[in-house]
Design a protein around this ligand. Structure first.
Ligand code: GLA
Length: 392
């Protein structure tokens, strides 16, 4: 059963009637372009086949009542809260994610109570954007109940919905993240990676049917858990560092520093900010080169770019960790064309570009973790899948 079918079934069980509709949104991996989004740069994610589904019906009393069903099928109900009274800090824990979306949509004029039942299969805490999948599915569900469909009949653009979801995460949940994950979850399409210019909002669907080109993207969930949802986090520190560097260089964002101008820029900065800037500028260039290789139908050229991205995130941006480095080294050592951490870092998942028929890579990664007495990583292929939509 899909998460959407399960959400509809659980809604009927809990509320004694069918939901008005079911909407779902996927998790993502980012092929390349890490920590570039909040620097106005380039990213290249694709959607995973794992989704979070939200079964929903309107409520007449103006309250938001959310139930989530975990793997154990035990429902967890959050205290129903009047949408009109939502404010940052009013809802905490997992329920802050859907409540934050209702709060952001309310401020856009989409006020309304709802019963929501949430079921998903995106691995949580694995850096695969399970929380963004939940937020994006909630946004489409609440808009759908209000009779609004993005990109149709005067509805908002998907990129606008992504900004509302980002606002809910930044200001309601308190995680200072960029636009990568929401845009990926909302805008990706099957068999493609999404090339997004964050500054302009321009999007291009770049064909990326890894299997047809003789490669598979293997996800290695290291099971080292990550969280970006605190202002005192390494994520927030990096972000502030980038903003300080841009201010010192007199540019709106690090996007404006070119590869040719990098040495001059580094010379004008204090030591501690140089590695951050070097990462962002070279990573933007790697995204452009990856997109060029995919457009030219030469996916084997992207392997070294992925591995260089990892080295830059490990050595300059310093957001990797021992488990991610081990996953990347083991995969490349066993014959992957390239590998890198994906997402915010500090734990979570790596991806490896695996030539079809290279059977030794999975066992080599598992064995490397076993030798270090680390929990066995979860390994699965990532097939570029559909973005958010209405299911029922
Ligand atoms: C997290 C954030 C994104 C992005 C990545 C790093 O996934 O949610 O906005 O900054 O980290 O590329």
């Amino acid at each position: 059963m899909t998460p959407a079918d399960r959400a509809a079934e659980q809604f009927r069980r809990l509320h004694g009637r069918a939901p008005v509709g079911v909407w779902s949104a996927p998790g993502r991996v980012n092929l390349i372009g890490e920590h570039t989004d909040y620097n106005d740069g380039f990213v290249l994610p694709f959607a995973l086949p794992f989704r979070v589904a939200v079964a929903a019906s309107p409520r007449a009393d103006g309250r938001l009542a959310v139930t989530t069903i975990g793997d154990d099928t035990v429902p967890q109900r959050a205290e129903p809260v009047p949408v009109a009274e939502l404010a940052p800090g009013r809802v905490t824990g997992w329920a802050a994610y859907p409540a934050g979306v209702a709060w952001a949509l309310r401020d856009e004029g989409h006020l309304g109570g709802a019963d929501l039942v949430i079921v998903g299969d995106v691995p949580a805490g694995a850096g695969l954007s399970s929380s963004h999948a939940l937020q994006c599915a909630t946004a489409l569900a609440l808009l759908g109940l209000a009779g609004v469909t993005p990109e149709q009949d005067g509805g908002p653009a998907l990129t606008e919905v992504a900004r509302w979801v980002q606002r809910s995460e930044n200001d309601f949940v308190g995680a200072p993240t960029g636009l990568l994950d929401q845009t990926a979850s909302l805008c990706c399409v099957e068999s493609h990676a999404l090339f997004l210019d964050v500054r302009s909002g321009a999007r291009e669907q770049v064909p990326f049917d890894a299997t047809a080109t003789g490669f598979e993207v293997l996800v290695i969930d290291t099971r080292a858990r990550h969280s970006l949802a605190t202002n005192g986090s390494g994520y927030a520190d990096r972000r502030r560092g980038c903003e300080r560097a841009a201010a010192l260089l007199g540019v709106p964002a690090l996007r404006d520093v070119t590869l040719d101008g990098l040495d001059d820029a580094l010379g004008a900065l204090p030591d501690e900010l140089r590695p951050l800037v070097r990462h962002v500028v070279t990573e933007n260039d790697r995204v452009l080169r990856t997109v060029a290789a995919l457009r030219a139908g030469e996916p084997d050229d992207i392997g070294p770019l992925l591995t260089a991205s990892h080295a830059s995130l490990r050595d300059d941006y310093r957001v990797s960790c021992a488990e991610l480095d081990l996953a990347v080294d083991a995969a490349v050592g066993a014959g992957a064309a390239g590998a890198r951490m994906t997402g915010g870092g500090f734990g979570g998942s790596a991806i490896a570009l695996v030539p079809a028929g290279a059977r030794g890579i999975r066992p080599a990664v598992s064995a490397a973790f076993a030798r270090r007495a680390l929990p066995a990583p979860r390994l699965f292929p990532a097939v570029p899948s559909a973005g958010a939509h209405r299911d029922q």
